[in-house]
Design a binder for this molecule. Structure first.
Ligand SMILES: [Zn+2]
Ligand SMILES: [Zn+2]
Length: 179
């Protein structure tokens, strides 16, 4: 609604200086100086094109909002999945660590023949660090998030484009499963 410059009521008059006024405040505006000419303000009527465009734009905005929700949901899911898999990896390390601590006890006391052969076996073993590459996961993540989450197409059928979540999950899984 076009409103009066003074009172925020509906303006029905327009000045040449482009100020909009209601009948009540028109004289107040004219008192501001010379050169102001008042005429009736033609009411604004939305054309069909404007109506349709407004509807269409609002629905496009809605699609973007839904895409944003999807992105947030996905990133939360990835964080949860990562935490879960990291937890499982750490648990496995902890179990191995406990085994080694138990074996360490054999080095500090009189031991049985069985324990002697166990120590022989252990002294032939070393652990080396394996650092699995994160690159494939990063690549998949980048691919996923850089993808357009919507697709522009001619009206009639509109659907959202969702990058494959399944493939992303399997990549994250592969990295943690290796140990
Ligand atoms: Zn007014
Ligand atoms: Zn004016």
């Amino acid at each position: 609604m076009d409103v009066c410059f003074r009172c925020n009521k509906r303006a029905t008059l327009e000045c040449e200086c482009s100020v909009l006024v209601c009948p009540e405040h028109v004289s107040l505006h004219l008192e501001e100086g010379k050169g102001h000419r008042i005429s009736l303000l033609e009411p604004f009527v939305m054309s069909d094109l404007q109506k349709n465009s407004s509807k269409n734009l609002l629905s496009q905005i809605k699609v973007l909002d839904q895409c944003a929700k999807t992105i947030i949901k996905t990133s939360k899911k990835i964080i949860q999945e990562t935490a879960k898999l990291a937890g499982e990896s750490l648990k496995k390390l902890q179990e191995k660590r406990i085994d080694l601590l138990n074996d360490l006890k054999m080095t500090n006391k009189r031991i049985t023949d069985e324990e002697i052969s166990k120590l022989h076996a252990i002294s032939n073993e070393v652990l080396t660090i394996e650092d699995p590459s994160l690159a494939p996961v990063q690549e998949q993540l980048q691919k996923y998030f850089q993808a357009h989450f919507y697709r522009k197409q001619a009206k009639t059928s509109v659907f959202r484009f969702q990058p494959s979540q399944k493939r992303l999950n399997s990549t994250i899984w592969i990295i943690f499963r290796r140990s």
